[in-house]
Design a protein around this ligand. Structure first.
Ligand SMILES: O=C(O)C[C@@](O)(CF)CCOP(=O)(O)OP(=O)(O)O
Length: 326
């Protein structure tokens, strides 16, 4: 029994940053993202009684024990749904600029959820697949769908109401998302550890949470109205608020390098000059710059000209889960 699936990465405009239940990957708040067309993970899963344990080949390399433990824990969810104890061989390839550490847990666990459930002939709905992928990595719940996607936090303690839904598909509104790759510095705190430390110790965390319902409501209005300015302003402010929370953590931490600030300041300067763009940043030094398609080439040239920028890849809204054959 085997299957292959492809899932694309996503960039959050309203960030997921903190869990209310770390076993079930239940978030403190709802989040909203754009699935990207250029970056994806392709994963093949084979179940066989011949296998004595789960194995994972990632980009042609065997992985660490910790990584295989996480995959086995995740596959146990799928095995429980299928009522089997069979082990699996997982082969995964990240089609992302690896040099930039773009290896995305979102596309990785979304592709794994889809391929593993398909291989075991579980005919899951998009909602069920999103809730399953969430238990591998929270942001993976969003990569099940294409276009603009909302992961509703849910209220139930068992997480059955915490899954993503598509707001508009990838063809409904074309926005340019420039992935700006800066110098890869020392390994920073993982998003999983970073959000946990922030929730546990930052006095700014409550203030962050208090603004999110309004941010989400207003950005959905902006999407409905195709109002790029409103969408960009909310997304940029939301990212900055998220990064502010970690500065108050114990011990404090941050992801930005000087190159990150170079890009942020250039985007603000260009906006002042009339070239409208907004930035968002996740748990790393790289920056995603939002602009309208008519400005993407100019933006790409301006950003690529910064000495600390290594690469600029132009993305657009991309598709949800795809099943492939050999
Ligand atoms: O994507 C976002 O909403 C914002 C972030 O990227 C950070 F900026 C968080 C992603 O966290 P994830 O890797 O999904 O954590 P997990 O559930 O502990 O695996």
């Amino acid at each position: 029994m085997e299957a292959i699936a492809r899932a694309h990465t996503n960039i959050a405009l309203i960030k997921y940053w903190g869990k209310r239940d770390s076993q079930l990957f239940l978030p403190m708040n709802s989040s909203l993202s754009i699935t990207l067309d250029h970056f994806y993970t392709e994963t093949k899963v084979q179940f066989s009684d011949q296998f004595e344990k789960d194995s994972l080949l990632l980009d042609g390399n065997q992985v660490t024990d910790n990584e295989i433990m996480k995959v086995t824990a995740f596959l146990n969810h799928v095995r429980n749904l299928a009522g089997t104890k069979t082990f699996a061989k997982v082969t995964s390839v990240n089609h992302v600029p690896t040099a930039a550490g773009f290896a995305s847990s979102a596309s990785g666990y979304a592709a794994l959820a889809a391929a593993a459930s398909k291989a075991l002939q579980l005919d899951l709905t998009g909602t069920e697949l999103s809730a399953l992928a969430r238990q591998g990595s929270g942001s993976a719940s969003r990569s099940i769908f294409g276009g603009f996607v909302e992961w509703q936090k849910g209220e139930k303690t068992d997480g059955t109401d915490s899954f993503a839904t598509q707001i508009i598909d990838e063809k409904a509104w074309d926005i340019s998302v420039l992935s700006v790759v800066v110098e890869a510095g020392p390994k920073s705190v993982s998003s999983r550890d970073g959000m946990q430390r922030t929730v546990d110790t930052s006095p700014f965390y409550e203030g962050w949470l208090a603004t999110l319902e309004e941010d989400l409501k207003r950005i959905k209005e902006a999407i409905k109205a195709r109002d790029f300015t409103k969408l960009g302003e909310i997304a940029e402010a939301n990212a900055l608020k998220m990064h502010a929370t970690m500065l108050g953590a114990k011990p404090p931490f941050f992801y930005w390098q000087s190159a990150t600030l170079d890009v942020m300041q250039k985007v603000m300067e260009l906006r002042q000059q009339g070239l409208e763009a907004y930035f968002t940043i996740d748990a790393g030094p790289n920056v995603k710059v939002l602009c309208e398609p008519m400005n993407e080439q100019m933006m790409k040239e301006k950003l690529a000209a910064l000495p600390s920028v290594r690469d600029v890849i132009v993305c657009h809204p991309g598709p949800g889960i795809q099943y492939l054959s050999e």
